[in-house]
Design a protein around this ligand. Structure first.
Ligand SMILES: C=Cc1c2[nH]c(c1C)Cc1[nH]c(c(CCC(=O)O)c1C)Cc1[nH]c(c(C)c1CCC(=O)O)Cc1[nH]c(c(C)c1C=C)C2
Length: 787
């Protein structure tokens, strides 16, 4: 269960006869995920002639699109729309642990908003009023234009002209813990703070701002980081294409101990295939396993357990009515898809290949849509600096040319790295590392926006040791990153041979995909995973938030509101902040460690406009934290996957700066206003969106701050010392990307002790996202995006 999933959702359905006023009124209820699966051409090459339904064509009973914040006891509703009066609230029962349960299938009249609410998947609501007919007409006319004058009030402003706000909040109602960082000083303006920080950072050239973590242990040796043995029979087993192997455990152990390095380099082991020795495997045949959390990690863990066929019982325990966690897609009545969380998956690296292989296994091969290396979305990554969009250099030649906002050719950063002195430390921030090795601009316009695009986080706090460990390790070993990567290239993680030979992976290589998604939205991946897991006789308990855990002999007992579950093993794919509460009765120390991992909240606004409005096609743009813009970045969704003659954008905001910029509890309308202002000012899009969707993802991305590796290692060591039959998996520990989460779940399911090894995969997104093309040392044959 994810924090957000505890919130539940509902759909607003206006009374008959009123909805025809809305141009975005769907002709049939919107769906999420596979239930709204699209045909190939629908999502990715929707006929250009397909009109956005006009107001007059709307059937009277059509539900309206848009989402509404869910008023929960733990998270005060940030929208007037639901705060207005008590009667507007959904009928809920609040249980002992402050968990909101929605009474499904009920419709209630919402007097304040002239409509009735009905529960349903997709958390949709639209609150019409008399003025709605004026909103969002499809035809272009004067009224569609937003005022150009920046000071002028835009027609979306709250209190002026009431808009049919389509909003939704996904809140952590189990643990209303806010870890967003407040500004260091309430009195200091953001820019003053930034100026001071920049001054200090510019001076800091050879001194690392190493911040040793209180529990810091000596850095792990890279070479110990995950390579053990490999047995082809075992690999066959985990791949599901062989019957249960007979393994000579002693021989396997000898091989593991004697030749770790050789095996790793020459045979491309799949570390996930380890630990399936006969004894343990035989043992597992009778074991029951609870998988906590039905996000992508929990489902993947259940899938791999099912594939191993080694457990007597597998139960996925999910706290909400839906699966998939932050992966969430809405399919509208006209088949237009909005993504509210992750939307594309990387191909690069073993973790990338593993997800592709999983997609194939799930029967999704012909639903997969790849974006090739030469595609504008793959090539054109932009930065918004000084109110202007700057394309990041995307060729080797461009590295030797001065390209704004960089004041010098980027190649000079490499030269600087060759000369900058090595600084010995245990860990430091990403910003500090890049600043001292590659210079201030590389930090300011490179790692800073990248950290916002991946972690929605602050590069000045994220850990280099954890996120770009290999770069730091080679610096420590060889004194320079470039030199070190070159000298150390043999030790780079090799592409897994078995994964490389997967048909879908081969296709991705052939077609040089960089990223991919699934027709109808990424949530269809979740649905396919769910179906697969159910076929394997895994039980899925929904609406069953985990309240606590206790030990019973060698077993663990999972407590939910309704029942208890005693199992031999537990794989927790819960976010660490939730798991921290669950594990408290078993180990307060473990609970404290887990609660120390911070999270950030992201505001997501999907905007849809008629026609093609993007002048320079690309993936979208990121905004460095030094810029005054109030958003993290904007994604050009329909540049990546066109959906007919419309432009769909996603504006991302908040993250580390959420509270500082928007307060604890901003209204969803205010976030919509922020998004529209950004799009108007930066992209000069002045027409009204025809459809939009606002969502706040509370505590959605774990922040791997300086010392994170030590925290995770300590947590896992404690579990091992206490001999708890528990594995920690998911985005709190081994990487925040979907690929990383799936790999982490696979490791947990196969019993391979998770370690910081898997964090190396995090280097890949940095390259994918880099201000520079991948240097030769990361151009592995498994990386089709880099040829
Ligand atoms: C909820 C918002 C998220 C932001 N980052 C992530 C989420 C879920 C997680 C994430 N985003 C990316 C990565 C690395 C690549 C990967 O592992 O898949 C991770 C872990 C990269 C990324 N960021 C954005 C997109 C469209 C992608 C994938 C495509 C690509 O690399 O080309 C956009 C984006 N995400 C966030 C922001 C602020 C942002 C801004 C434009 C936060």
């Amino acid at each position: 269960m994810r924090a957000a999933e505890a919130a539940g959702s509902f759909v607003y359905q206006p009374p008959e006869g009123e909805d025809q006023e809305f141009v975005d009124a769907p002709q049939q209820p919107e769906t999420t995920g596979a239930s709204g699966m699209l045909k190939e051409e629908t999502l990715f090459s929707m006929a250009a002639s397909e009109p956005v339904p006009a107001a007059a064509s709307m059937p009277p009973t059509a539900p309206l699109s848009g989402d509404l914040l869910i008023p929960t006891p733990a998270a005060a509703a940030p929208s007037d729309l639901v705060k207005e009066d008590e009667e507007n609230l959904l009928p809920v029962k609040e249980d002992a642990a402050n968990v909101l349960t929605l009474e499904e299938d009920k419709e209630i009249i919402q007097p304040g908003a002239k409509g009735k609410l009905a529960l349903g998947e997709g958390a949709e609501v639209h609150l019409p009023d008399e003025k709605d007919e004026n909103l969002f007409p499809v035809r272009e006319d004067e009224e569609n234009l937003l005022p150009v004058d920046e000071d002028a009030e835009i027609p979306f402003s709250r209190g002026k002209e009431k808009m049919p706000v389509a909003v939704e909040e996904v809140d952590d109602i189990l643990l209303p813990k806010t870890t967003d960082k407040a500004p260091k000083s309430q009195d200091d303006s953001v820019s003053t703070l930034k100026d001071k920080e920049e001054e200090a950072e510019q001076q800091q050239t050879s001194e690392a701002a190493a911040v040793p973590h209180p529990s810091a242990s000596p850095p792990l040796d890279w070479d110990d980081d995950g390579a053990e043995g490999w047995d082809p029979e075992v690999e066959e087993m985990i791949a599901g294409s062989a019957s249960r192997p007979t393994i000579d455990q002693a021989q396997l152990e000898r091989e593991l101990e004697l030749d770790i390095e050789k095996v790793r380099i020459e045979d491309n082991i799949d570390p996930n295939d380890l630990n399936l020795d006969e004894e343990e495997f035989g043992d597992k045949m009778t074991k029951s396993v609870a998988v906590l959390g039905g996000g992508i990690g929990g489902l993947a863990a259940a899938h791999y357990l099912g594939r191993l066929g080694c457990c007597s019982r597998v139960v996925v325990v999910e706290g909400t009515h839906r699966l998939g966690g932050w992966v969430s897609s809405t399919t509208h009545h006209d088949q237009v898809v909005f993504e509210h969380g992750p939307r594309t998956l990387r191909v690069v690296g073993n973790a990338g290949m593993n997800t592709l292989a999983l997609a194939e296994e799930l029967g999704l091969a012909d639903q997969v849509r790849g974006i090739s290396y030469g595609h504008p979305s793959a090539k054109n990554r932009m930065l918004m600096v000084g109110g202007k969009l700057h394309k990041l250099p995307n060729s080797v030649k461009a590295l030797f040319t001065k390209s704004p906002p960089f004041s010098k050719p980027l190649a000079l950063s490499g030269v600087r790295d060759l000369m900058a002195p090595k600084v010995v430390n245990n860990d430091e921030s990403l910003f500090s590392f890049v600043n001292r090795r590659f210079g201030h601009e590389a930090a300011k316009y490179g790692i800073d926006p990248m950290s916002r695009g991946i972690f929605a986080g602050n590069a000045r706090e994220l850990s280099v040791n954890c996120i770009a460990r290999r770069l730091r390790d080679v610096e420590q070993k060889h004194g320079s990153v470039f030199l070190g990567m070159f000298k150390d290239r043999k030790n780079a993680v090799k592409p897994d041979k078995k994964l490389s030979s997967n048909e879908l992976v081969k296709r991705a290589k052939r077609e040089k995909w960089v990223v991919w998604s699934v027709a109808g939205g990424l949530e269809n991946f979740v649905k396919a995973l769910e179906n697969n897991v159910l076929e394997n006789n895994t039980e899925i308990w929904k609406n069953m938030p985990v309240k606590g855990m206790s030990k019973s002999g060698g077993k663990l007992v999972i407590q939910t509101e309704e029942k208890e579950l005693e199992v031999d093993n537990v794989i927790s794919c819960l976010p660490s902040n939730i798991m921290s509460n669950v594990i408290q009765p078993v180990s307060p120390k473990l609970s404290t460690l887990l609660s120390s991992i911070p999270y950030v909240t992201v505001g997501i606004v999907n905007l849809e406009y008629p026609g093609q409005l993007i002048e320079e096609p690309g993936f979208g743009y990121l905004v460095p934290s030094s810029e005054p813009n109030r958003v993290l970045g904007v994604i050009y969704d329909t540049c990546t996957f066109p959906q007919g003659d419309r432009t769909i954008l996603t504006v991302m905001m908040g993250g580390y700066w959420f509270k500082e910029l928007f307060g604890d509890d901003p209204s969803l309308e205010s976030l919509l206003d922020e998004a529209l202002t950004e799009v108007r000012q930066s992209l000069k899009i002045k027409v009204k969106p025809t459809r939009y969707h606002v969502r706040i993802l509370r505590d959605c991305i774990a922040q791997y701050v300086v010392g994170h590796s030590e925290t995770v290692d300590s947590a896992r060591k404690l579990i091992s010392d206490m001999e708890l039959p528990l594995a920690l998996a998911g985005s709190s520990y081994d990487g925040v990307g979907v690929n990383d989460v799936i790999m982490s779940a696979k490791n947990a399911a196969s019993g391979w002790p998770a370690s910081t090894w898997s964090l190396v995969v995090l280097v890949a997104p940095l390259v994918v996202w880099g201000a520079v093309p991948a240097p030769p040392w990361v151009q592995t044959p498994a990386s089709p995006c880099h040829g």
